[in-house]
Ligand binder design. Structure first.
Ligand SMILES: Cc1cc2nc3c(=O)[nH]c(=O)nc-3n(C[C@H](O)[C@H](O)[C@H](O)COP(=O)(O)O)c2cc1C
Length: 192
């Protein structure tokens, strides 16, 4: 059987991003659990704010097509999102919006969301750890008919969640991340 490939997408471009850091930790756990992991930055896939006129005039931007194809080349996808005003940042929503507009030959619109497993995680400096962004992201992905695994991680007080060797301090967070990694791999395998 070919290696199980997981794509990890942090939803923040910020230098020192808690979510980029959590994405790196998750990528490590996924690799430890046997997956072949690709971790990207959305900074490499810059997209204008979705505008139907722009799509009509110029088509779907190349970066959205490339990102969709990168998702297609993986069996599972983990999105690690910040929480902005109780929801997902525009970056995450806008990226998903554009990717849903990509249609490759012999595929139906949005097939990339339906054919693979998704997992979601968040990191925030407050006690809720981005729980509301996770709820919003789960809803968005459900609207895309994606299979989103039940396990998730909302990392609270993210600025203090790591020790001086960049390992998660709290056993509960470590366990939640390992469980998420195992379940994403398991469900991705079943959907291969
Ligand atoms: C516009 C804006 C809105 C925010 N709203 C929330 C919020 O509703 N809940 C929350 O936990 N944090 C909120 N934050 C704080 C972010 O979670 C925090 O800046 C976090 O570090 C961003 O993720 P990053 O470190 O990966 O860039 C907000 C930040 C910004 C800039």
């Amino acid at each position: 059987m070919s290696a199980l490939k997981i794509l990890v997408i942090p939803g923040s471009l910020r230098t020192g991003s808690h979510n980029a850091k959590l994405a790196a930790t998750a990528a490590y756990e996924l690799a430890q659990a046997g997956a072949e992991v690709t971790r990207i930055s959305l900074g490499d896939f810059p997209l204008p704010i979705y505008d139907g006129d722009l799509q009509t005039k110029s088509g779907v931007p190349k970066h959205a097509i490339n990102l969709k194809r990168m998702m297609s080349a993986h069996h599972g996808v983990l999105i690690v999102t910040p929480e902005y005003n109780s929801s997902v940042p525009a970056l995450v929503k806008n990226t998903i919006d554009w990717v849903t507009r990509v249609q490759d030959a012999h595929e139906t619109l949005g097939q990339v969301f339906r054919d693979r497993a998704f997992a979601i995680a968040a990191a925030s400096d407050n006690r809720l750890g981005g729980t509301r962004a996770l709820a919003a992201l789960r809803l968005i992905l459900a609207a895309c008919h994606a299979t989103v695994i039940p396990n998730q991680l909302a990392l609270s007080f993210a600025g203090e969640a790591y020790d001086d060797r960049d390992r998660l301090k709290h056993p509960g967070d470590v366990e939640a991340l390992k469980a998420l990694a195992r379940q994403l791999i398991d469900v991705s395998q079943r959907m291969m």
